[in-house]
Design a protein around this ligand. Structure first.
Ligand SMILES: [Zn+2]
Ligand SMILES: [Zn+2]
Length: 267
């Protein structure tokens, strides 16, 4: 079977993906409803009841919307940092008047690796306006996958974590010009563009040109803005940047979608 990644949903209306080895399946973020998660898992041939764990990157609603229901239905451990857990519980409490309970909460710390089945998970800090946001690298069966969305820029520490990846899932959130002339209020535009906002196409291209080691078979562009980006612009920017490294032969660029699941990418 090998290692695979299935992008179930990606974008500001909900994020969810499955990272799987032959023995272990991890849901990364739970940003769409439980029902929709089940539906999309079915379309990619995954059984929800075969999930081993849920991992949460940060508490923004597009990453946790379906979490409480999914955790309750599946009885699987939910991994997040202590600060993310607190922020999530506070937000749910403010909205529903009572503190949510997780049957199996597993706390991890940024920078400290842990094991879920036969997948080794390494969480690392990313610059984003949440309590304790993280990206992940996953290792199983000799394969390394880098997974990082929701970051204002790519700091040196993140570049280091992304070395030697066989596949990358990375944010390509907005086209700067589309964002500038687009419909968002100025304050929101400022937030998106800030050092703790979202990664632009050009910032990702800059990473590919200057810091990427050109080793990934697949590069998945994720968390594209529907208002401030266009899939073809994001793809063109990424491919142009990868071509400067002679990397287009090595890297297949795939775009994750908001409205439907992608076919599993097998590594
Ligand atoms: Zn976020
Ligand atoms: Zn997000």
């Amino acid at each position: 079977m090998g290692v695979s990644v299935s992008m179930l949903a990606s974008g500001s209306r909900g994020n969810s993906a499955i990272v799987a080895s032959a023995r272990t399946r991890i849901l990364v973020d739970a940003g769409i409803s439980c029902r929709e998660t089940f539906k999309r898992m079915k379309t990619v041939g995954e059984d929800p009841h075969s999930l081993s764990a849920i991992l949460i990157t940060h508490e923004h609603s597009d990453h946790i919307y379906g979490l409480a229901t999914l955790a309750k239905k599946l009885h699987v451990p939910v991994f997040m940092t202590g600060a993310t857990h607190q922020a999530w519980a506070r937000a749910v409490c403010d909205e529903q008047g009572e503190k949510p309970q997780l049957e199996k909460f597993e706390r991890f710390e940024s920078g400290h690796r842990f094991q879920v089945g036969d997948i080794e998970v390494k969480p690392f800090t990313i610059p984003h306006d949440a309590a304790d946001p993280v990206g992940f690298t996953f290792r199983a069966e000799g394969i390394k996958l880098g997974f990082v969305t929701d970051l204002g820029y790519v700091p040196v520490s993140v570049r280091d974590h992304l070395r030697g990846c066989d596949a990358l899932v990375m944010e390509s959130n907005h086209d700067l010009e589309m964002l500038r002339v687009g419909p968002y209020p100025w304050a929101v535009k400022q937030r998106v563009m800030s050092r703790v906002g979202h990664l632009s196409n050009v910032a990702l291209a800059d990473f590919f040109i200057n810091d990427y080691d050109n080793g990934a078979t697949f590069v998945v562009l994720a968390h594209l803005s529907e208002q401030n980006n266009h899939p073809e612009i994001a793809r063109r920017e990424a491919e142009k940047a990868l071509a400067t490294r002679g990397g287009l032969f090595n890297n297949r660029v795939v775009l994750a979608l908001q409205s439907e699941a992608l076919e599993p990418i097998r590594l």
